[in-house]
Structures are given as structure tokens and as C-alpha cells.
Ligand binder design. Structure first.
Ligand SMILES: NC(=O)C1=CN([C@@H]2O[C@H](COP(=O)(O)OP(=O)(O)OC[C@H]3O[C@@H](n4cnc5c(N)ncnc54)[C@H](O)[C@@H]3O)[C@@H](O)[C@H]2O)C=CC1
Ligand SMILES: NCC(=O)COP(=O)(O)O
Length: 349
């Protein structure tokens, strides 16, 4: 290897890309992603998954993407020819076990085993970040997921002790959540002062690590019109406002609570860097309306950067080659940026 190549190798984060749920749009998205020379230069990429599924993804996308086989994650960091992704083959599922556009236990189990192997590689120091193509939580639950979502699975696998939550990002706007993949009727159970403090501190500090010295963060209310002075719910008065005050006392100045149906107008007008929402759809409806094909989910609070597009498995269009790759490309770019920061000695989300 030439010296210049060695230098380039050592400076690039190793970013793992996975194919996602075998019945969804993941494999075709990954074929589109890895055919983009404008993205591949950002990282030393290692694709992980089943060979037949990777072939199928390329066929659906109408692309042929060259890869270099590797037999172990340990081989990836020092390899050369970084313009060509490495391919670490796994044998997790047969084609006959997958029905396209349908949830299934085998598909969910396959996703879990691929992601577990990637996390183990991260723990061993072989990779710096992970981007996963969309998975299906229904399939994963059928296939053995013991938690409400993959983020809880990641956190357990990676022995996370502190607060973690999804950050949904659209361009420069980030959101964090107090509750996530839980039934709406359970949301109030998650609303306590400490969770609001933890989620808000987490996103505030993450923004600072991403170069925003004084992040402009606001917290959403829960009830219509912010509770209308306590006549339409008291969570704003009893829980959310005291958390905002406590944050200020901790040196984390944030605004709010603001009525949830208008808070995103401030963000759209560039007045905020982040919004802390009380439940999943409070943030996601706004973010997806503003930029469905751009949004990215960053798994916040983990020791390694893990990103994914904000959209899901899109069973209604899987196999048709129509899936838009932009959100996956954005997820990959964020993983590369965070992976490089981690490689250079900084911490993850
Ligand atoms: N990154 C991930 O792993 C994510 C996974 N999910 C999972 O995906 C599954 C399905 O979720 P849904 O709520 O149905 O949302 P979805 O995002 O899969 O689909 C919603 C609508 O958006 C369209 N769509 C989604 N991605 C698209 C793309 N790249 N290009 C063009 N159109 C696209 C679909 O065709 C569908 O009409 C669930 O199991 C959910 O948990 C949901 C969000 C993120
Ligand atoms: N699999 C990632 C995921 O579901 C995140 O999506 P969202 O909850 O942020 O919509």
C-alpha cells in the first residue's frame, strides 16, 4: 500500500451499513446508497448482510455495485481500495423465508442478528458508526425483540446506563422525545420532571458537541394550547415548567413549554435548533411534513453513533425500485461525521 493510501485509510471512519428488513425497501436503498461515489469517499464502508439479499436489492434498484469481500470486521480498518465498499457476508435468512411486504419472524430475527454483530464490532473497536436501512418493529417483535423498539435493544446490548432517546433531525433542526414507541394512552406515565431534564440535557449537550455553542432549545407542552392555564390539563404547570426552571438552574437555558401545535413554526422560521417533544407523533408529524424524504433518526445517548432514515420499511412500494434514497444518504452522512468525531476522540450522540 502506498503511504498516501495508508494515511487516507487511517483518517476515515469505518461505517457499517446494513440492509434492513429483508421484506422492505432496505436492500434496494442500500444499493442506491453504495452506488454513490459522492458519498463513499466519506468513510471506509463495510456492508453487512446476506449475499442473496444484497443481490436482490441491486436487481430491484437496477444497479450493480462492486464490493470487496472481508471475512471479519477486524480486517476492515486497515484495508486499501476504500472507494469500493467491503462486504462482510452473514448467513441469517433464506430467500424462501421472506415474503416481500409482509412482516415475519425470520426477517425480524435476521435484522437482530446483523445489528448485534455490528454492535459487537463497535464494542471491539473495529467500526466507528452504523447506518441501518429501515427495519420493521413488528417483524423484530415476532423475531425475538424483547423491547419496545430497537433503540432499547441497542441500549441494553451496549450497557447504556444514562438517558437515551431518538433524535430526529431535519437539516439543522433536531428533536428529542420524552416517550417514544409506546401506546398513546401510556404517554402520561412517561412524563416526569427528571425525564424532561434528562432528554433536554442530552440534546443540548449533543448539539454543543456538534459545534453549536449556545443551542436554542425549546420544550413542547402536552395539552391543547399548553393546558390553557391549567384548565385543559396541568402537566405544563406541574411537570414541564418546573423542569425548564431546573434546567436553567443547571446552566442549561431552554425555552418553554410552548403549545405543541405551533412550536414547530418557530423552528421552521430558524428560531430554534432543537425541540423536546412529549411523544413520538408530536415531533414526527411536523418533521415529516417539513421534509419527509430528508429526515434522519439518530439513536441518541449511545456510546456509538447509529443512524437510520426517519422513514420505515414502506411495504407498499418494496420491490418496485421507487424508494427515495435521500434520507438514507443523509443518515449515512451523519454517521460518517459522527464516526469521524468519535475516531478523533470525541464522544457519540
Ligand atoms: N429507519 C427505520 O428503521 C424506521 C423503521 N420504521 C418501521 O417501518 C415500519 C413501517 O412504518 P410506517 O409507519 O408504515 O412508515 P413508512 O415510512 O414505512 O411508510 C409511510 C409511507 O411513506 C412512504 N415511504 C416511506 N419511505 C419511502 C421512501 N424512501 N421513498 C418513497 N416513499 C417512502 C411509504 O411508501 C408509505 O406510503 C414500522 O415497523 C416502523 O416501526 C419506521 C420509521 C423508521
Ligand atoms: N427504526 C427507527 C425508528 O423507528 C425511528 O423512527 P421514529 O420512531 O423516529 O419515527
Amino acid at each position: 500500500m502506498m503511504k498516501s493510501d495508508m494515511t487516507a485509510t487511517s483518517l476515515k471512519p469505518v461505517v457499517t451499513v446494513t440492509l434492513g428488513d429483508p421484506a422492505g425497501i432496505g436492500p434496494e436503498l442500500v444499493a442506491k446508497l453504495l452506488s454513490r461515489a459522492d458519498l463513499l469517499h466519506l468513510a471506509n464502508v463495510v456492508l453487512v448482510g446476506d449475499r442473496w439479499l444484497w443481490k436482490e436489492g441491486q436487481a430491484i434498484a437496477g444497479l450493480k455495485v462492486q464490493t470487496v469481500p472481508v471475512s471479519d470486521f477486524a480486517e476492515v480498518r486497515d484495508r486499501d481500495m476504500l472507494s469500493i465498499p467491503a462486504f462482510l457476508e452473514m448467513d441469517t435468512i433464506q430467500a424462501s423465508q421472506v415474503t416481500r411486504s409482509q412482516p415475519g419472524a425470520a426477517a425480524g430475527a435476521s435484522v437482530l442478528s446483523v445489528l448485534d454483530r455490528c454492535m459487537d464490532a463497535a464494542l471491539a473497536g473495529h467500526i466507528d458508526a452504523i447506518t441501518f436501512a429501515p427495519l420493521n418493529k413488528h417483524s423484530m417483535k415476532l423475531g425475538g425483540l424483547k423491547h419496545e423498539d430497537e433503540l432499547h435493544h441497542f441500549a441494553r446490548h451496549l450497557c447504556v446506563k444514562g438517558y437515551f432517546c431518538e433524535f430526529n433531525t431535519l437539516n439543522d433542526l433536531w428533536t428529542a422525545r420524552i416517550s417514544s414507541h409506546v401506546p398513546l394512552r401510556d404517554v402520561p406515565k412517561y412524563l416526569d420532571k427528571q425525564r424532561i431534564i434528562d432528554a433536554t440535557s442530552l440534546i443540548y449537550q449533543s448539539l454543543q458537541r456538534n459545534g453549536i455553542t449556545s443551542p436554542r432549545v425549546a420544550v413542547a407542552g402536552l395539552n391543547p394550547h399548553n393546558g390553557d392555564g391549567g384548565t385543559c390539563g396541568r402537566e405544563e404547570i406541574d411537570i414541564i415548567a418546573p423542569a425548564v426552571t431546573a434546567l436553567a438552574d443547571m446552566g442549561i437555558p431552554v425555552q418553554g413549554p410552548f403549545p405543541a401545535d405551533t412550536i414547530f413554526l418557530k423552528a421552521r422560521d430558524g428560531e430554534l435548533d432543537a425541540i423536546v417533544t412529549m411523544y413520538h407523533d408530536q415531533g414526527q408529524i411536523a418533521i415529516k411534513l417539513m421534509g419527509f424524504s430528508q429526515g434522519v433518526t439518530v439513536q441518541g445517548g449511545l456510546p456509538i453513533p447509529i443512524t437510520t432514515p426517519a422513514h420505515g420499511t414502506a411495504f407498499d412500494i418494496a420491490g418496485k425500485g421507487q424508494a427515495n434514497v435521500e434520507a438514507t444518504a443523509n443518515a449515512f452522512k451523519i454517521a460518517c461525521r459522527m464516526g469521524l468525531a468519535r475516531l478523533q476522540g470525541q464522544v457519540a450522540a
